[in-house]
Design a binder for this molecule. Structure first.
Ligand SMILES: [Ca+2]
Length: 80
């Protein structure tokens, strides 16, 4: 399970925004399974399963559309 500690965790809003931008590669304002997978594969040496990512999305996905909006993402990571 992914938790805050996997990320940079300094809790500043600016960092949260940078992080979201990193995941939101298509600039849709939404982050989904494939977006998160790409970032993990490209930047992090972490072996993570689709199920782990889906679990993370599901936990944070307030409106249950299968994607994380900026607000949902920030809330999940404890930035707001
Ligand atoms: Ca959502």
């Amino acid at each position: 399970m992914i938790t805050k500690k996997w990320f940079f965790g300094k809790g500043r809003e600016e960092e949260a925004f940078d992080l979201f931008t990193l995941f939101d590669r298509k600039e849709r304002g939404l982050v989904g399974l494939n977006d998160i997978k790409s970032v993990f594969n490209q930047y992090l040496d972490i072996n993570i399963s689709d199920n782990d990512i889906l679990e993370f999305i599901e936990e944070a996905d307030g409106d249950k559309d299968g994607y994380l909006s900026q607000n949902e993402f920030f809330t999940k990571l404890g930035y707001q």
